[in-house]
Every structure is written in structure tokens, then in C-alpha cells.
Design a protein around this ligand. Structure first.
Ligand code: BGC
Ligand code: NOJ
Length: 811
């Protein structure tokens, strides 16, 4: 069952009922100012950091869900309604929400009045624009009242929901005409404030939540709206809000338009005040001025669309498969941008106060983002590497505002260092910019111990070399990619962090998954060393990779699949010897995609086993059989009920690893079958089961053992976005950036047909036509570049050349 439809021409998903199974959200913002916004206008805004600079207040875990947002109440006689349906929940005569790329729009109507709302964050300023147009579609004059409403957050979102004894006394506002200023804590250590402004005269305002809602009311029936009159309250402490009241007369057929600006403003420390305790409003005035008319809004909106159209023209495909075209050309790349911006900080499942930027997560996000804005990827790589330690290990997370490593969680996740090689290699392959490798980058943000980025990568590489266990496999530390496989933790008491409890390192527990990563990214590291002319280092790296390869075959092979790990007692995990958790996806997917066991026929065997034991209708499960009891020696993985999350859920993130591995051994049918199972454009049809947004990937879909198999959770912020984009664009469609140029080596299902790709790469445009006359799954029979036949499947890159016409004949 569907709750809307894709409008590909406009790059929108059109939601046709407010009653979606879960709030279906969108992200506004490209640089520093971001808003999460649901199909019922719920959500919140923040500047740079969802924890430290939260602008509006949202209540996670609230009932009804998805409350607090940017709400517009329309009072038409005794009827009060909202264009997004929430929070009044008044039945609407018509409703439509269009989530687009960086904007959301509503078209709704009630009793002959229609409202269209456009919400977006312009590319150049720290604000969200809401343009609301009201039209009278009746034959008689309408006297209506419009009330806006946002509730301010007192900046630090964590403190905001805990420290009431202080916070109920700190709130401060100023009101000047149609601009409502939120200036809590500005008197002391902050140099920023927020504004909510409308470009028209107002007939009233409120800035105290209690005055607006009235005692024992909530935002579903604010007393002020019911009474039709604001009280002019000026908040002192308690909960500051911003409410405008505009009384509107609409003649038959008439439309009136209003522009609301929710902005973040900063002043230099020495220029904070206009006069005693009156904030310097210069930045606010500038913002208000810039977005004061509909024409200003249209100009900014056009600019946003142009920004996105440019980005989305970097990789486009035209194939016979509409769903692939839609995901590749629009939604998958859009989600890659969002995960790049947010890492795992702020979604409807990530509270924005927990994790900031993840070392492993952000590096993987880069893989699907780097082609879009390489300069930002470059900056991110330096930021991430700056949180590495001198011994090659790394902070697991850092805060986006301060860019400092988070010492609450610390380090000890032994896959982390290798992801830095993955991210950097992707950047250099994309751009050819080797200068990044020579940048001086600090350790733990300490410039006095800075080295080149290449030296950071060397220490990443050597961290694995120097931290091996009894089987000569990499030690796992607190966890590897699977945060829930906590083999050194042994936590017995509720409330202890599974990852951070106990020692960060044990001398025995080992990870076959990290071994797979080492083989894949060790080779990429060797290639980077070669690029810098350091052949000795490349040779040393390849020797270590070869040793690891052999070690995996010796101690990481279980007969039909790859073992997952060894626990602290050196017992196998993910082996036929185990009672539960006999086979895991990660080691099988990653070792195979790294090429381990391909020539020995073992990768094929492993992937056959994955199909046999882990496949289900909704995707490939992370392990089988599920753990049914808590295993002290395994940790969080066995804490989840069977079928959920890391305990036998379908972790969408590692489905593409298996699909990529299938392309490595040339099985296009199977690669595509896996691609389809978790692909939003396909799961749209079962939205009532799947529940999360049908235009983006979610982290987890409940597996076969679950109460409701197929139910999705944790949408938006997941490495699935980057990995599925790599899978479809670089492996299935086969356009993979190498240091020498683009490699084009598709691996498609039978019947996929011919297709065309446009790819912008290192300043040139590649028009690529792939034909497949014998309908093979893989193989490049002929490659022509500008009419000339070229051997192999790499289009050699020539500096200065701006266009390439490429023809690929599969066979
Ligand atoms: C989740 C993991 C996540 C980890 C982060 C666990 O509870 O299951 O998916 O990576 O928390 O700390
Ligand atoms: C989500 C986390 O963000 C990611 O870092 C981790 O790899 C997966 N969960 C698996 O545990």
C-alpha cells in the first residue's frame, strides 16, 4: 500500500495523506543551518550542531508523535486548521505534501480557503524561509486569522530537556514590530540569537508559551487561537515562543502571501549590543531585508534548485528501469548529501544530542558524496583525521561545532583507522588531488604533533599490522563495524554502555571483518603510496595484505563461509560450530568484495551460503540463527530480541557489500536481486509494512525472526545511502573512479538492456553509452573513446580534455 507517489519530473515525493505510518521527513539546508521537517510540519532547526545550537524545540518520544514544529494555525470562523494537518488535526478538504530536494511544500484546503506553504533553507543564509499563500476560493469575503508558532530551544538541546531549575528562569526575548527575537543567554557567554519575522504588519504576538497555549492546553488547541487574539506576552523565563497574529480579509478569488523568516544571527563579541541589554540587530535586519518580498523568495528558491540541479547532473543514468533511474538520479544522491551533513546526529531516530560525527560513519558517508562536492569532502577528511591518535587509533566520534573528539566514548573501535584510508582513497581517486596527502594534520587536534595526512594513513594501516591476536587476525577492540559485537565487554548490569564498559582492548578477540577491510583498503593504501612515488612502502603494504589474505584463508574460513570473529576465549563466532549466530553477513560480504577467496572459489561458496541462510523476502539478514538468549561474551548483539537490529535484522548497510561482492564474481542477476530488496523505490509498494519514508533508505528492516518482518526503522541517517550508491553506480552500472581514469565495467541482471550515463569527473563530462547485445551479466568486449578503440575498461584520463564520448559493448 502506498501513501503517495513519486513525481520524478519535479524530483518530489508527493504524500497524499497526513496519516502516514510514521512521520515522513525531509531535510532542509545545505551548509550550516538545517531543519528537519515532517509531512505534518513537525521537526526542528539548528545551526551547525544539533546538540549545541538547537534553535527550536522538539519533543522526542512525545505523544502524539512528531510534535513541535513550525505551525501555522488558520482560524476561519470557529474552524481552526493547519495546512500540515498537525497539530489541530482538523480534517482537511484536501491535503498534499511534496518533499523535494532541499524543500517541502504543502497544498491544503478547508472550507473554501486554500493554503500553500513552501519551506526551504536558502543556500546563502542561516535561516529557513516559509512562504505561505492563502486563497479564498469562495464567492464571499473571508475574514480569517493566521497565527504562526515556534517554540524556542534554549540552545543546548541536552541541557534544555534536563536542567529545568535553571532554564525556567533564563529565557529572554525582544519584540520589535513584526520581528520576535530570542536572546536567551545572550547577556552572558553567547554571541548569537534567533529571530522569527514576517514581512507584514501584525495584529498581535505572543512570546510566552503558557500565555499562548493557556494552562493545561497543548499545541493542538492553543487558547489564543481559540480566542482569536494574542495577548502580547513578553517571556521572562519559562518557555519562550514566537507567535505572530495576522488578521486577513480575502475577497473572492483573492490570494495573499506572507514570508516568514526563522533566522540565526551572530555578532562579534565586541559588538553585541545596541544599548544596554538591547541586542545589536544589524545581522537580523540584513536577513529580514534580503527576504522581504515574494520576488526575493522566488530568487532564493531558484538558486536552491539550480544548486541541486547542478549537483545532480554530475551522475545521471538513463536506463529502461524507472526505479533505478529515480534512485540514482535523485533520491539516493540526495540521501548521500544528508548523511554527509548529519553523520548520525539528528533524525527522528537520532536525537541530535547523542552522537555527533562518527569517525567510521563519516568516512563511509564520503564514499557516496565525494563526487558531489569534493572540496567539502576534502575538508571533512582533514577534520576526521585531526581526531586520530598518534598510534593510529581514533576517537570514535566528534562534535561538529567544536570538531573535537568525544572523550565520553573515546577510541578502541579497531575498524575505525582503516575507514580513513577508504575515505581518502575515494577522494583522491575522484579528484586526482594528491596534495591532500601532503597536508599537515594534527593528532587529537594538537598541531604540535602534526604529520602529513599520508603519515596518518600509514598509522591507520599499521594499527592493524601492530594489533593482531592469536590467529594473526586483527584484534577487535571495543567493536568493529558491528558496534554490538562487544567481545571484550562482559557487561552484567543494566545501564552500562555495551561499547564503553570494560577494557577497550583484549589480547584475544579477533575480527575477520577487519581482516577483509585490511585486504581491501591495504591495497588502496598501497596505490596511494605509489602515487607519491613511494614504491617501497607500496611493496611493504602489499606484503602485509598478502599475509592477511592467507591468514583469512587459514583461520577465517569455516568450510562453507567466512568466520565472523573469535571471542575472548578464542571460540569462533559465525561458524557451523556455533549453536546460534552460525553465519554473519559482514565477513562474507566484505572478504568477498575485497577479493579474498575469489580465485580459490571460496568467495562464490560464501555468497551461496549467504543466499541459502541469510536471504529473506525483505533483504539479507545480518546473521542466522538469531541469538535467543543474552551472551555475556558477545554483548549488545544478543541484547536485541531476535530479528531486530544487529541480532538478525536486515541491516541495510551491509546488503550492498554482498551485492558488490556478487558483481566481483560477475553474478549480475543476484547482485541486482539484492539491490532491489531494500531499495526504497521498490519497497514503496509495501509502505504499510515498511513504515519509513519510501524515498530513502532506513538503517534496519526487521528480519524473519521478528514479530513483523519487513518493518523498517531508523530512516535517513545510515551508511546504507553511501554504500548503495557505490553499489549501483560503481559496481552494477560499473562506473568506478580509479587513479588513472574512469573504469567502466558494468555487472547487470539479464534483460537490463542498454543504458546511458553522464558522469562529470575531474573537470570533464563523460557521455557513456553501454550496449549489451548478447545480454551478458558482466564483461566488456569493446571500449571506444571518441571513436578510438581502447584496451581494457579504463577510459584514460587526459589533463585538460573536457569531454569524452565513450561507447562500451558488453559481451
Ligand atoms: C546500535 C548500533 C549503533 C550503536 C551506536 C547500538 O545500540 O544498535 O546500531 O551503531 O548503538 O553506539
Ligand atoms: C550504526 C552505526 O552508526 C555504525 O557506526 C555501525 O557500524 C552500525 N550501526 C552497525 O552496528
Amino acid at each position: 500500500m502506498k501513501f503517495g507517489y513519486f513525481d520524478d519530473a519535479n524530483k518530489e515525493y508527493v504524500i497524499t495523506t497526513p496519516k502516514t505510518p510514521l512521520p515522513w521527513i525531509n531535510y532542509l539546508g545545505t551548509n550550516d543551518f538545517f531543519s528537519l521537517i515532517s509531512n505534518t510540519a513537525g521537526g526542528y532547526s539548528f545551526y551547525k550542531d544539533a546538540k549545541l545550537l538547537r534553535i527550536t524545540r522538539f519533543r522526542y518520544n512525545n505523544v502524539p508523535a512528531d510534535s513541535n514544529g513550525k505551525y501555522y494555525y488558520i482560524k476561519d470562523g470557529d474552524t481552526i486548521w493547519n495546512p500540515g494537518w498537525m497539530p489541530s488535526k482538523t480534517d482537511l478538504d484536501s491535503y498534499e505534501c511534496r518533499h523535494g530536494i532541499g524543500y517541502s511544500k504543502w497544498n491544503s484546503s478547508k472550507n473554501g480557503v486554500s493554503a500553500s506553504v513552501l519551506a526551504f533553507v536558502p543556500t546563502d543564509d542561516a535561516c529557513e524561509i516559509n512562504q505561505i499563500k492563502l486563497t479564498n476560493n469562495t464567492q464571499s469575503v473571508k475574514e480569517i486569522k493566521l497565527f504562526s508558532y515556534v517554540e524556542w530551544c534554549l540552545w543546548n538541546a541536552d541541557d534544555d530537556m534536563k536542567n529545568f531549575q535553571r532554564n525556567f528562569s533564563t529565557g529572554e526575548v525582544e519584540v520589535i514590530g513584526s520581528t520576535l527575537y530570542h536572546k536567551t543567554e545572550y547577556r552572558e557567554r553567547r554571541n548569537h540569537y534567533a529571530i522569527y519575522h514576517v514581512n507584514s504588519d501584525i495584529d498581535g504576538f505572543d512570546t510566552s508559551r503558557d500565555a499562548f497555549l493557556g494552562a493545561y492546553h497543548d499545541n493542538h488547541d492553543p487558547e489564543v487561537v481559540t480566542n482569536g487574539a494574542c495577548t502580547g506576552s513578553v517571556a521572562h523565563g519559562w518557555s519562550p515562543v514566537a507567535v505572530h497574529q495576522i488578521n486577513i480579509t480575502l475577497n473572492p478569488g483573492e490570494t495573499k502571501s506572507f514570508v516568514f523568516v526563522l533566522g540565526y544571527c551572530e555578532n562579534p563579541d565586541n559588538d553585541k549590543w545596541e544599548s544596554k541589554n538591547v541586542v545589536n540587530k544589524a545581522p537580523a535586519k540584513k536577513l529580514i531585508e534580503k527576504y522581504s518580498t515574494d520576488a526575493d523568495v522566488e530568487k532564493a528558491f531558484d538558486k536552491l534548485n539550480e544548486y541541486w540541479n547542478n549537483l545532480l547532473s554530475i551522475f545521471t543514468v538513463e536506463s529502461a528501469n524507472d526505479k533505478v533511474n529515480r534512485m540514482v538520479n535523485i533520491w539516493n544522491q540526495y540521501q548521500c548529501m544528508v548523511t554527509f551533513n548529519m553523520s548520525r546526529s539528528a533524525s527522528y531516530f537520532e536525537s541530535g544530542i547523542g552522537r555527533g560525527m562518527g569517525f567510521r560513519d563519516s568516512n563511509q558517508d564520503l564514499l557516496g558524496f565525494v563526487h558531489l562536492i569534493p572540496e567539502r569532502a576534502r575538508e571533512r577528511i582533514i577534520d576526521i583525521a585531526s581526531t586520530q591518535f598518534e598510534n593510529g587509533s581514533a576517537y570514535h566520534q566528534y562534535q561538529p561545532l567544536t570538531k573535537r573528539g568525544n572523550s565520553d566514548i573515546g577510541s578502541g573501535f579497531n575498524d575505525d583507522p582503516l575507514w580513513l584510508i577508504a575515505g581518502t582513497s575515494a577522494y583522491v581517486r575522484e579528484t586526482g588531488d594528491v596534495s591532500i596527502l601532503k597536508e599537515m594534520v594534527p593528532y587529537d587536534n594538537d598541531m604540535s604533533v602534526a604529520t602529513t595526512l599520508m603519515e596518518h594513513l600509514k598509522r591507520s594501516f599499521d594499527f592493524t599490522v601492530n594489533n593482531k591476536g592469536p590467529h594473526k587476525l586483527p584484534l577487535i577492540g571495543r567493536a568493529d563495524w558491528n558496534d554490538c559485537l562487544n567481545l571484550n565487554c562482559f557487561s552484567e548490569h543494566p545501564g552500562e554502555s555495551f561499547q564503553c564498559f570494560g577494557p577497550s582492548e583484549g589480547p584475544v578477540a579477533e575480527s575477520v571483518f577487519i581482516a577483509g577491510m585490511f585486504v581491501k583498503y591495504g591495497e588502496e593504501y598501497a596505490q596511494l603510496a605509489e602515487l607519491l612515488g613511494d614504491t617501497a612502502e607500496a611493496e611493504r603494504a602489499r606484503k602485509e595484505v598478502k599475509i592477511m589474505y592467507d591468514t583469512v584463508l587459514e583461520s577465517g574460513w569455516d568450510g562453507e563461509w567466512f568466520v565472523r570473529a573469535y571471542d575472548a576465549y578464542s571460540n569462533k563466532i559465525g561458524s557451523k560450530e556455533c549453536e546460534e549466530g552460525k553465519i554473519f553477513i559482514e565477513s562474507n560480504g566484505f572478504c568477498s568484495l575485497a577479493g579474498i577467496g575469489v580465485k580459490e572459489g571460496l568467495a562464490e561458496k560464501a555468497l551461496d551460503s549467504v543466499k541459502k541462510y541469510l536471504d529473506c523476502k525483505y533483504g539479507v539478514m545480518i546473521l542466522q540463527p538469531a541469538y535467543t538468549v543474552y551472551h555475556l561474551e558477545l554483548g549488545e548483539i544478543s541484547s536485541y530480541p531476535p530479528g531486530y537490529k544487529e541480532n538478525a535484522g536486515i541491516f541495510c548497510h551491509n546488503n550492498p557489500w554482498v551485492s558488490i561482492a556478487e558483481t566481483v564474481i560477475g553474478r549480475g542477476d543476484r547482485a541486482f536481486e539484492i539491490y532491489k530488496k531494500t531499495c526504497p523505490a521498490y519497497t514503496e509498494e509495501i509502505s504499510e509494512i515498511h513504515k519509513t519514508e519510501p524515498y530513502v533508505y532506513c538503517q534496519m528492516v526487521a528480519g524473519n525472526d521478528a514479530y513483523i518482518p519487513g518493518e523498517g526503522k531508523n530512516s535517513w541517517l545510515t551508511g546504507t545511502a553511501a554504500w548503495t550508491f557505490c553499489n549501483i553506480s560503481q559496481y552494477i552500472l560499473g562506473v568506478y573512479p580509479t587513479h588513472k581514469g574512469l573504469s567502466i565495467d558494468p555487472c547487470v541482471p539479464h534483460g537490463f538492456g542498454d543504458f546511458k550515463i553522464t558522469r562529470k569527473f575531474r573537470g570533464a563530462t563523460y557521455n557513456i553509452e553501454v550496449t549489451n547485445p548478447s545480454d551478458v551479466e558482466k564483461g566488456v568486449k569493446e571500449l571506444y573513446v571518441d571513436g578510438c578503440k581502447v584496451d581494457g575498461c579504463i577510459v584514460p584520463f587526459t589533463e585538460g580534455k573536457t569531454s569524452y564520448n565513450v561507447k562500451v559493448v558488453m559481451g
